[in-house]
Design a protein around this ligand. Structure first.
Ligand code: MTE
Ligand code: MO
Length: 315
């Protein structure tokens, strides 16, 4: 990727990619999205979950904000696009293939998994790399439970994830201008993937996951920046090579593999020291700013995973 000079726009107001694109391309893409279909918002079915062990003692972000302020480039670049343009997406039937360095590779039907694993509600802080945050009541099961079923081999060191490619239902994948390379991909170290905080979410606010939030199944890693939470997962592969992630591929100078929330390491174009809590502070206000916590407030649980590592070099 050639060296990139960022434009001088207030960084709090732009998404990383819209800043990264040249303005002409961005306007063309926005035009395509505006001419696209406007979907009606369908509510998911209620889920039966039990209260999980993990809870944040902070006000939850209103459901309206959680489901209308999204990043999901398969449905467009603007935060409002996923809610507006994901109505044609069909999250069922759905299978996930789990393969690679495992003793028992298998393809799982999503509803069979949901029936098999007891669902837990966990209230997690989510912190995006653009310095906004939410507190979301997720419903899901630990990723470790699924990994156990396929029996990772001793040689497996990392877990790679892949989002579905379905341009017929995802306007961001079918337009003339393609924002990212599809499929969207992500990765974790195996010990991060097995950590009890790492969740495969299938719902929020007690209902089946809305399309715009990553239906039918998405990753939530609460101590990392939001982009690690890959949506609409169709494949999970155990490997001995550190997987690349989409934002790192798109802009390697700005996004790394680890992406642990770290107020001391700034993004090259903005500070990561504070965050704006979505849904607080009123419509015309920038929202209440609060200091960002190391590991997004989960340091006690996860800091030991990185002992001895230089967290500036491994951003
Ligand atoms: N497949 C896919 N997954 C994705 C993204 C995306 O564009 N495509 N965006 C990521 C980013 S940058 C963030 S901040 C979170 C947003 O999740 P939310 O919309 O549920 O808040 O999803 C992540 N997962
Ligand atoms: Mo993000």
């Amino acid at each position: 990727m050639a060296a990139y000079r960022p434009p001088h726009i207030p960084s709090s107001e732009i998404t990383p990619l819209s800043a990264w694109l040249n303005r002409r391309q961005f306007i063309a893409a926005a035009g395509l999205a505006a001419g696209g279909l406007i979907a009606t918002k369908a509510l998911g079915a209620p889920l039966t979950t039990k209260p999980g062990a993990y809870k944040v003692d902070e006000k939850t972000t209103p459901r309206e904000d959680v489901t209308t302020y999204n990043n999901f480039y398969e449905f467009g670049l603007d935060k409002g696009d996923p809610a507006k343009l994901s109505g044609d997406f069909k999250p069922r039937p759905w299978t996930i293939k789990v393969d690679g360095m495992v003793a028992k590779p298998a393809t799982f039907d999503i509803d069979t998994l949901i029936a098999e694993f007891p669902l837990e509600e966990r209230i997690y802080r989510m912190r995006c790399v653009e310095a906004w945050s939410m507190v979301i009541p997720w419903d899901g099961f630990p990723l470790a439970a699924l990994l156990d079923k396929v029996e990772p081999l001793g040689s497996a060191k990392y877990v790679a994830f892949e989002t579905i490619v379905r341009p017929s239902e995802m306007p961001g994948q079918s337009g003339l201008f393609q924002s990212l390379n599809w499929p969207y991909v992500e990765g974790l170290r195996l010990d991060e993937a097995r950590h009890p905080l790492t969740l495969l979410a299938v719902g929020l606010y007690g209902e089946t996951l809305p399309n715009q939030n990553g239906a039918p199944i998405r990753l939530v890693v609460p101590w990392k920046y939001g982009f690690k939470g890959i949506k609409s997962i169709v494949r999970i592969t155990l490997t001995d090579q550190q997987p690349k992630n989409t934002w790192q591929i798109t802009n390697p100078g700005e996004y790394g593999f680890y992406a642990n929330v770290n107020p001391e390491v700034d993004h090259p174009r903005w500070s990561q020291a504070t965050e704006r809590r979505i849904g607080e502070g009123g419509f015309f206000s920038a929202g209440a700013r609060r200091p960002t916590l190391p590991f997004n407030g989960y340091a006690e649980d996860v800091a030991s995973l990185y002992s001895g590592m230089d967290l500036r070099a491994n951003f």
